[in-house]
Design a protein around this ligand. Structure first.
Ligand SMILES: NC(=O)c1ccc[n+]([C@@H]2O[C@H](COP(=O)([O-])OP(=O)(O)OC[C@H]3O[C@@H](n4cnc5c(N)ncnc54)[C@H](OP(=O)(O)O)[C@@H]3O)[C@@H](O)[C@H]2O)c1
Length: 392
């Protein structure tokens, strides 16, 4: 049977890894809709190559450019929110949710509401509105399959074992490009240095989050929702080789772990396979003898305060993770623009969490509420950013 796969965020890093896999298995998959943000040329080229059934851009103003780039292809297309939702509504067996940031909430949730099988890369969906997403996945009989390598490894290591038999789950962090840097050196780091990830090839936003370890914080929150584990049963360990991705510690002392080369096609293939294993052409097999040694060390929350802040947001619950994520998105964009320095990211996020703490004690009831909080915190953070710059 041929499965139809729709990709939200098709032109991004996860989107490209997905289309690479789909192209390797033409008998198994056909491409449904492809959705991008604003790059009409890239989306049109991909849609033509993959024979997509529909193409949509979130940016309404890019519609004419997309229509022109697809002219003569016969591929129906559109732009703006309604076109994105139309893309989601088209028939699909699997929807890969790989938009970057809170922009991914609405289309990902729309796929859930349709009862789709969703391969979830957009961790922000669970960070910003995890209770609502998990509740609605159950309500609409949708399946959420974790694409994030750590969560995919945890799901595989967990197997059919009951979460009640789990003592704790650990996700690994490569430690990012600043793992061995002093605090002073990190403080002066540029966006280019922060984006130079040692083991993974990813989009810009997640690269910066990996350098600050905010990405690990987001992943703890994601794991909390996906596996229904309390914060006390979740932790992070630094593992620079990025080969062990997630570990499940059982009550009897046994530990099962998910290992693979750092290649996002491995967890994506696990999701797309729906229980079958897909071969990956040009994938480097894991060679433990060649790897030599696998090392582990504790995460240093003094040099990487974003991890501490994210842990606190997870422990606080309510809308704290929603607030934290919005402030972080603004801060990371400001850092990429060169408007603020590296540790200003953590400062802004922590100040936002403090500022909104009393206001948002309960978790967003639905995606609209999460997005309203997100918008308010973004506006506040944008105000705060130039002040921080002046102060610095
Ligand atoms: N990259 C990884 O290895 C990795 C691993 C685990 C999890 N993830 C997660 O996967 C998600 C995607 O990461 P990425 O690294 O693939 O990001 P990315 O390379 O920046 O790609 C983002 C994709 O989303 C599209 N997009 C942006 N705004 C949009 C909007 N409003 N509506 C629809 N599409 C929009 C972009 O299109 P344009 O380029 O046209 O704007 C692009 O196709 C993130 O949540 C990330 O945390 C990534």
């Amino acid at each position: 049977m041929t499965l139809t796969v729709t990709i939200l965020g098709a032109t991004g890093s996860i989107g490209r890894s997905t289309t690479d896999l789909l192209a390797q298995h033409p008998d198994r998959f056909r491409v449904g809709a492809l959705v991008g943000g604003r790059d009409a040329v890239a989306l049109a080229k991909l849609a033509r190559e993959m024979g997509a059934q529909f193409a949509a851009l979130a940016d309404a103003s890019a519609g004419p450019a997309l229509a022109e780039a697809l002219s003569g292809s016969g591929i129906p297309n559109g732009a703006g929110e309604s076109a994105v939702l139309e893309a989601v509504a088209r028939d699909a067996d699997i929807v890969v949710a790989a938009v970057s940031g809170a922009a991914g909430l609405k289309p990902t949730h729309a796929a859930l509401r349709l009862g789709r099988t969703v391969a979830l890369a957009n961790k922000e969906s669970l960070v910003c509105a995890g209770d609502a997403f998990m509740r609605d996945a159950a309500r609409y009989n949708a399946k959420l399959l974790p694409v994030d390598s750590e969560h995919n490894a945890l799901a595989q290591a967990l197997g059919n074992g009951p979460v009640s038999d789990v003592a704790k789950m650990t996700i690994t962090a490569s430690g990012g490009p600043f793992r061995t840097w002093t605090r002073e050196r990190i403080a002066a780091a540029s966006a280019t240095e922060a984006a130079a990830h040692p083991t993974w090839s990813m989009g810009m936003k997640i690269n910066i989050d990996s350098a600050s370890l905010m990405n690990k914080g987001l992943e703890l929150i994601e794991a909390h929702h996906l596996f229904a584990l309390e914060p006390e049963r979740l932790d992070v360990i630094v593992h620079p080789q990025s080969i062990v991705h997630g570990l499940v510690y059982w009550l009897d002392g046994a530990v099962t772990a998910g290992l693979a080369m750092p290649d996002m096609r491995v967890p994506i293939a696990h999701c797309l396979g729906l229980g079958d294993r897909l071969t990956i052409a040009r994938g480097r097999p894991l060679d433990l003898a060649a790897a030599g040694s696998l090392t582990f060390e504790p995460a240093d929350e003094a040099r990487f305060p974003c991890l501490r802040i994210a842990r606190a947001a997870l422990a606080d619950g309510g809308a704290a993770p929603t607030v934290m994520n919005a402030a972080n998105e603004i801060a990371v964009a400001a850092f990429i623009r060169g408007a603020i320095r590296f540790y200003d990211i953590a400062d802004l996020v922590e100040r936002a969490c403090e500022h909104f703490a009393a206001r948002y004690r309960t978790a967003p009831a639905d995606v609209d509420e999460a997005l309203a909080i997100d918008a308010e915190v973004r506006a506040w953070s944008l105000e705060a950013t130039p002040r921080m710059r002046a102060a610095g």
